[in-house]
Design a binder for this molecule. Sequence first.
Ligand code: ZN
Length: 150
Amino acid sequence: MAHAAKPDNVLSIEDNNYKLVQFHFHTPSEHQFNGEHYEMELHLVHQIRKGACCGRIMIKEGAENETLMPVWNKFPKEETDSNIPVENLINVQELLPEDADSFHYNGSLTTPPCSEQVKWMIYEKPISMSSEQIKQFQNIWRKSPSGPAS
Ligand SMILES: [Zn+2]
């Protein structure tokens, strides 16, 4: 999970401003498109006082994702509870698909602290990561007994 370094990352939906709190990844994707999972899924968790919004972006294998390299370069070899500082900031805007078409629905996350009202926003188009990047992530994640947090 990566925590947002600055509090001014804001997403506006229907006159509500959601602050980006953290982002994290799932593998394989939680959502299916036409019955198929993607290799990974990126979640951008935004929060307002009485709720949250989770932006979901599917990730397919393809070109290397340069935007993520500051994080991927710091990837630990084993699962760790330590915080690993990343020197170069990531511009989350650059992570979004060029075609930002998305659909929204209201739901709730199964895992605290996101058990309140949650708005989900799912981008229709995937972004890409290289097979190396995906493997790097899966190597650690598949060993983790605790599994992913929502
Ligand atoms: Zn999640």
